[in-house]
Design a protein around this ligand. Structure first.
Ligand SMILES: *Cc1c(COP(=O)(O)O)cnc(C)c1O
Length: 396
């Protein structure tokens, strides 16, 4: 009998007891709104903002309602207007083009390489078509940030980073989210911190962060923040910025603070699992492992490999056979978007040109989640199943 994996690919770890205790305290206080503070109190949200700013080494941090909200807010805060174009990745998830659409702007998609990072040659070719790049570090793969920033500096393009999959990651020691003018993060359940929904913006530019603060719906209470620009930077923003409410509340902040304190430890645990998967599928004929650059500090919360230039029926067969043995794979080559998986040509509200080199890579991307509820033995078993099924289908 062939072995079958019985774990659950969407089962997260429980919220730590310490976090639950703090959440209960917040509920007992009745003060859940971030500006509902006792005299002299900074509150869970303000404290969390301070702690996250310190974690990534940013001057300012703003906690918000979701990662998608953070990106839309960032685009507005840097001045993107309806009808403007915004460069972004062809390989990403739906909230990224969605954030661009939410401000009435239009994405210009940039291709993906076999390293699963943004195609920098394609970016250089398109850099004069927009003033802003919303860069998605999709599935935690970080491109050559030195070259990317050089292309964008020369092209006069401001960079906003989508770090939904790179919280805890870095490029040559600089935390992901700290190369661009704003870094955006998500604390949605499937990311690296879990508050159900939630997110952050970080940055060092006081005027942009003042606008972002006003946008989230801070009324005139921006002096009740822990990591916001000095009130003097709000002189114009307070009158000129619309309120698009999207604040974080104390309840979510309360469960995030203890998780943030343990994030680095969690990153190690993810990477141990990732390492087992990577070694376990290395050397299978027809399967390409994504080698990670030395400059990159990554968080292995998901795992990808390529079945490059395979016939679609054969990839489907691998996904089906692994699924039958309990290993849930997602395929980015499917013509119809499914669950969280979609691609640039699935977002039909946004115009796109055909990108043959990108289509070839997308057609080969196979993806799996690595929840921390999996043990190292689970990961070894998953790798054996993938190995066996990829080999069987490749030879058929
Ligand atoms: C999850 C995710 C986001 C943010 O999503 P929210 O669900 O709005 O928090 C942004 N980008 C990518 C690539 C994501 O996977």
């Amino acid at each position: 009998m062939a072995e079958t994996f019985t774990g659950n690919f969407t089962q997260q770890e429980p919220i730590p007891e310490e976090a639950i205790a703090r959440a209960v305290e917040v509920m007992r206080s009745g003060r859940l709104h971030r500006y509902n503070l006792a005299p002299g109190e900074l509150g869970e949200v303000g404290e969390l903002e301070r702690e996250f700013a310190a974690y990534v080494g940013a001057k300012y941090c703003l906690a918000v309602a979701s990662g998608g909200y953070a990106m839309g807010c960032a685009l507005r805060a840097v001045g993107v207007k309806p009808g403007d174009t915004v460069l972004s990745n062809a390989f990403t998830l739906a909230p990224v083009p969605g954030a661009i659409a939410s401000v009435g702007a239009v994405p210009v998609f940039v291709g993906v390489t076999e390293a699963l990072t943004i195609d920098l040659d394609d970016l250089a070719a398109k850099v004069d078509r927009a003033d802003v790049l919303l860069l998605s570090h999709m599935r935690g793969h970080i491109c050559d940030m030195d070259r990317l920033m050089e292309i964008c500096r020369e092209g006069g393009v401001q960079v906003i980073e989508d770090c939904a999959h790179t919280m805890g990651g870095a490029w040559r020691g600089t935390p992901s989210g700290r190369h661009g003018v704003i870094g955006c993060y998500s604390t949605q359940t499937y990311k690296h911190l879990n508050s159900g929904e939630g997110g952050f913006l970080v940055g060092d530019d006081p005027e942009i962060m003042a606008r972002a603060t006003m946008l989230t719906g801070s009324y005139m209470l921006f002096n009740r923040h822990g990591a916001a620009p000095d009130p003097s930077f709000f002189d114009e923003a307070r009158y000129m910025t619309p309120n698009v409410s999207g604040r974080m509340d104390h309840l979510r902040a309360a469960i995030l603070r203890p998780q943030l304190a343990h994030l680095d430890k969690q990153v190690e645990r993810w990477n141990a699992r990732y390492g087992v998967l990577e070694e376990g599928v290395r050397g299978v004929p027809g399967l390409t492992v994504i080698d990670r650059p030395e400059e990159e500090t990554y968080v292995g919360s998901s795992f990808q490999f390529l079945l490059l230039d395979w016939a679609a029926e054969k990839v489907t067969e691998v996904v089906r056979r692994c699924g039958a043995r309990g290993v849930e794979l997602k395929w980015f080559g499917a013509p119809e978007p499914a669950a969280f998986t979609s691609r640039y040509d699935s977002w039909r509200y946004a115009p796109s040109e055909k990108m043959p080199a990108t289509d070839r890579v997308l057609a080969g991307i196979v993806d799996l989640r690595v929840p921390l509820t999996f043990s190292l033995e689970d990961c070894a078993q998953i790798a054996r199943i993938i190995r066996g099924e990829v080999s069987a289908v490749y030879q058929s």
